[in-house]
Design a protein around this ligand. Structure first.
Ligand code: ADP
Ligand code: ZN
Length: 639
């Protein structure tokens, strides 16, 4: 990591300016980790790569510098300042490259509500809207311009680049920069051409932002964008506000019902592995009375964008989606992300589950999986010709996470090559003691291992489980396995418990799944050793968290101490919804849940009080303050 931390008078003054801007425009009182350093790199025109987890606050890193001036001119931060009339040089704009239309719109809407002159150029604009954006650039009235990579380096993009070169680009920020790398989880070929911006905007610094942690992706970003001596800032990958849980798939509907009971009226995403499953689950959720919609590539564009908008506008609570389509459904107050099947790598899991709790408030990530998920992935990757060494490794790592019996925060953080200092996180099934140790683990493990040996290491999980529970199925009888000494050896255990133990043994490396097309269980060296009485092993039973756990760390509503608070919260949510509808923006563009919650706690009486509330900038206080103050003033506690 290369950061210069020596405070110089200039840096100090700049810090003051940035802090003022943060408070005045966004209503934030402090930098998040590495934001300060990232902003300084931009203001010093030094290329940079900033890796922060989802929700880490990457956008602010380029938004704030775009509205304050560089070191030489620090101190002037009047957004309405007009260079032409002042007879001074142009201020120029920050060029932001962003891959998705919905993300662009979201950020620009948010900036405008905060009073920042931002715009985007993409195919959704009407001709007169487009002309207005161009005019604002030409007349130096635009501080941040968002464009897609196609628009800036694709066919016919030359005139835009010429316009921008003339307008003066202060710096280029590349959001979701991992899209440049084939090693990332979302490669986009258009991103590859962004390096050419160097020629069009010589001397302009480039700043890449991503949440993807791997070294390989980082290296690709640096070389593809031709970054020079970049300042590389890598944040901590832990997301302390997320509670991680892993469940083995049993009765999926029941398991979902338990989860949803903890998140009444809250937003969530349920990921499925197939379109069929998406449709079926969305239907089922609707009949159960939930406001849920499906979202997958098989839907007409028009339907898909309507469902996406309904979710963003809080007209529905739950999106059931295939993983291929997650990026556009970002909403900051997602309180739970369920995977109804294992993803293909920890990278994917981190990315997808990371869509929960972007506002920093407690949220829950639950993986519901079965061993078969990994077999299906393998088959799919093989048929696509994607079954490479790296795909195999990643899938095995995912399996290890799922079957793992240790702190989930720790395993994810360590997986991404960082150290985890806390002894326990207080926010995962392991640390919350939701897994119950099996008293005679070694004996149980030996019974399972010996059964695998007895069936000659040529059968899969389902069969081995049948033999152990003493089910004389057709296959069991045909193979003569009902005569084995291990037949019915664990008949007091449930099928799902045994499957769970098998996953754990595989995860611990005592057994392996091998062979195709039907993978079979085999003993590894350490598995053989344990069978001989050499070595140790611990197995756990999974205990589902109680459905109506009162003080679950994962439910926002439950963190309110009295119900009256959550009633006021609902009242404020309605005010927010009304304002959002009137402006045609999603509710969280008005205020995040975090802000409403802070209002509930502080009960501001005046506009001045409001300025102290988290996330209330000057413009928002002026525009929306009265509506919220009125609601708080007239609120009566229900009896
Ligand atoms: P990312 O792009 O890294 O996923 P965002 O830029 O969307 O994250 O920021 C996540 C949330 O954190 C947003 O709600 C944002 O307003 C908030 N946020 C960012 N910086 C700060 C800060 N310094 N103080 C408080 N909240 C912040
Ligand atoms: Zn933990």
């Amino acid at each position: 990591m290369t950061t210069s931390n020596t405070p110089t008078p200039d840096a100090n003054r700049l810090d003051g300016t940035l802090r003022d801007t943060l408070h005045r425009v966004w209503g934030f009182s402090a930098f998040r980790p590495l934001q300060r350093e990232a902003m300084h790199a931009i203001l010093a025109s030094r290329d940079s790569v900033v890796v922060l987890p989802t929700g880490g606050g990457k956008s602010l890193c380029f938004q704030a510098p775009a509205i304050v001036d560089g070191p030489a001119k620090a101190g002037r931060h009047d957004d309405t300042w007009n260079p032409a009339s002042a007879g001074l040089a142009r201020r120029g704009l920050a060029l932001v490259i962003s891959p998705l239309i919905s993300l662009m719109k979201d950020q620009v809407d948010g900036l405008r509500v905060d009073g920042v002159a931002a715009s985007y150029l993409n195919s959704t604009l009407l001709p007169h809207e487009r002309d207005e954006v161009i005019a604002s650039v030409r007349e130096d009235r635009c501080r941040l311009l968002y464009v897609s990579p196609e628009r800036i380096v694709g066919e016919g993009s030359q005139s835009l680049r010429r316009l921008l070169a003339h307008a003066g680009v202060r710096f280029v920020a590349i959001d979701e920069a991992h899209c440049i790398s084939q090693w990332g989880h979302d490669f986009r070929p258009e991103y590859r051409q962004l390096g050419r911006l160097r020629e069009d905007f010589p001397g302009v610094s480039m700043h890449a932002f991503t949440a993807t942690a791997t070294e390989r992706v980082r290296r690709d970003i640096v070389s593809e964008l031709r970054l020079q001596d970049p300042c590389v800032l890598v944040g901590s990958f832990d997301r302390p506000n997320l509670a991680y849980r892993v469940l083995r798939r049993g009765n999926l509907h029941r398991q979902l019902q338990d989860i949803l009971a903890r998140h009444e009226k809250e937003a969530g995403i349920v990921y499925c592995s197939s379109r069929r499953e998406v449709e079926a689950l969305a239907d089922w959720l609707q009949t159960e009375g939930h406001r849920a919609v499906p979202y997958h590539a098989g839907l007409a564009d028009e339907v898909r964008s309507r469902h996406q908008e309904m979710f963003l506008d809080e007209r529905v609570d739950i999106v059931v989606a295939t993983v291929a389509f997650g990026m556009g459904i970002d909403r900051s107050n997602v309180r739970f992300v369920v995977h109804a099947g294992a993803p293909r790598s920890p990278e994917h899991y981190q990315q997808e589950s990371g869509r929960a709790g972007r506002d920093g408030l407690p949220a829950e990530c639950i993986l519901i999986y079965s061993g078969g998920d990994f077999v299906r992935w393998r088959q799919m990757l093989e048929s696509n010709g994607e079954w490479s060494e790296s795909a195999r490794t990643l899938l095995r790592d995912m399996e290890r996470y799922a079957a793992g019996t240790r702190c989930r925060h720790r395993s994810l953080v360590e997986y991404f090559g960082q150290t985890y200092d806390a002894a326990e996180c207080g926010a995962c099934d392991w640390c919350l003691k939701e897994l119950d140790p099996v008293a005679d683990s070694v004996t149980v493990a030996q019974k399972i291992l010996s059964c695998v040996a007895r069936v000659k290491q040529t059968w899969g999980t389902a069969h081995v489980t049948d033999v152990l529970t003493g089910k004389a199925t057709e296959k069991v009888v045909a193979a003569g396995h009902q005569d084995l000494s291990t037949f019915g050896l664990l008949k007091e255990e449930s099928t799902s418990a045994i499957r769970g133990y098998i996953e754990q043994l595989v995860g611990d490396g005592l057994m392996a799944r091998e062979g195709e097309p039907y993978p079979v269980l085999r003993l590894t060296g350490s598995g053989m050793a344990l069978l001989r009485g050499d070595g140790d092993c611990r197995l756990y039973r999974e205990v589902a968290p109680p459905a109506s756990r009162k003080r679950s760390r994962s439910s926002l509503r439950d963190t309110f101490t009295v119900t009256a608070d959550s009633d006021l919260f609902d009242v404020l949510r309605d005010v927010r919804l009304r304002l959002a509808r009137a402006r045609g923006v999603p509710p969280y563009v008005i205020f995040h849940d975090t802000t409403l919650r802070d209002m509930v706690e502080r009960r501001p009486k005046t506009i001045d009080d409001l300025h102290e509330v988290y996330g209330v900038g000057a413009k928002k206080a002026a525009d929306f303050g009265d509506a919220f103050l009125d609601a708080i003033r007239t609120y009566r506690r229900p009896d």
